[in-house]
Design a protein around this ligand. Structure first.
Ligand SMILES: [Zn+2]
Length: 284
């Protein structure tokens, strides 16, 4: 079975002409499994030559807008692209609430208009959304995906009642004896070790190189919110990862700091390092 990782978006919340919102596609045989649905995802799917109707299911890591901003586009564009089955969406608690709001309060008129006015599309094809937590497993027999809870801002000064609702996932994808780990947005934490252990490929958020961590805001970010160049190599080495793919980059004017980042990570990790760009493909 051929297995490939395609980086559809490697940026973050700040608009970057070169990078979409963090989104990763796993192509496994005939299946196209989407992890997150950030800014520009459907455009990148078309650029990557992936038939929109063939995208299913979608796993959401967490509810920041750089990861779910174009989820509506995935739901509607896959339908317009010929999707016949229900689009399955899995994500942390509140994913169902968000999807229901998009379908019944934001795009209900659009869906109704196309459903009634453009019968050639065969009528609306539903979305089946399921909230999942660590311990759940989605197993198709061809591949399985396991969510693990990761730490993304949980150490910040945010009230516990809010953090209780702020559940963030990374995902471990397994098929044919191979493991692809999708870190989600996280800093170093036990959940990240669980999903990344012995992975063939770890797609890891990495926002900054160490020289860029030069103020209090970035120090807090690197400690609590997004892993950076000072930790990602250690995480990959400790977990015996074969290929480390870095995504979720800040907008930069040129590649100079990406080269610094690559050198920094290589000091901690002797495996293969891929500095991700939109549409980078990695054979597994
Ligand atoms: Zn993010």
């Amino acid at each position: 079975m051929t297995m490939r990782v395609v980086l559809l978006g490697t940026g973050g919340p700040r608009p970057d002409p070169a990078r979409g919102g963090t989104t990763t596609l796993v192509r496994c045989g005939d299946d196209n499994i989407l992890f997150d649905a950030g800014r520009g995802v459907t455009v990148r799917l078309v650029e990557a030559g992936v038939p929109l109707a063939a995208v299913n299911p979608v796993f959401i890591t967490h509810h920041h807008f750089d990861h779910i901003g174009d989820l509506y586009d995935v739901m509607l564009a896959t339908w317009m692209g010929g999707r016949k089955e229900a689009l399955k969406i899995y994500g942390p608690p509140d994913t169902k609430r968000i999807v229901d709001a998009l379908l019944t309060q934001v795009y209900d008129k659009d869906i109704g208009w196309r459903h009634m006015g453009e019968p050639a599309m065969g009528g609306w094809k539903p979305v089946a959304v399921t909230d999942i937590i660590a311990g759940d497993v989605v197993d198709t027999g061809r591949w399985k995906v396991t969510p693990h809870t990761v730490s993304h801002g949980h150490g910040l000064d945010i009230p516990p009642a809010f953090l209780h609702r702020w559940v963030c996932h990374g995902y471990r994808f397994e098929a044919d004896g191979k493991v692809i780990a999708i870190s989600g947005d996280t800093v170093d934490c036990p959940g990240l070790d669980r999903l990344a252990a012995d992975a063939d490929v770890l797609v890891q958020c990495c926002f900054l190189a160490s020289p860029e961590i030069d103020n209090e805001h970035f120090r807090r970010l690197a400690k609590h919110t997004l892993a950076c160049g000072d930790t990602v190599g250690k995480i990959a080495a400790r977990n015996r990862v074969k290929t480390l793919v870095l995504t979720h980059h800040r907008p930069r004017r040129d590649d100079a700091m990406l080269n610094v980042l690559a050198e920094e990570v290589a000091r901690d990790f002797s495996g293969r390092i891929v500095i991700g760009r939109d549409l980078t493909e990695i054979e597994v």
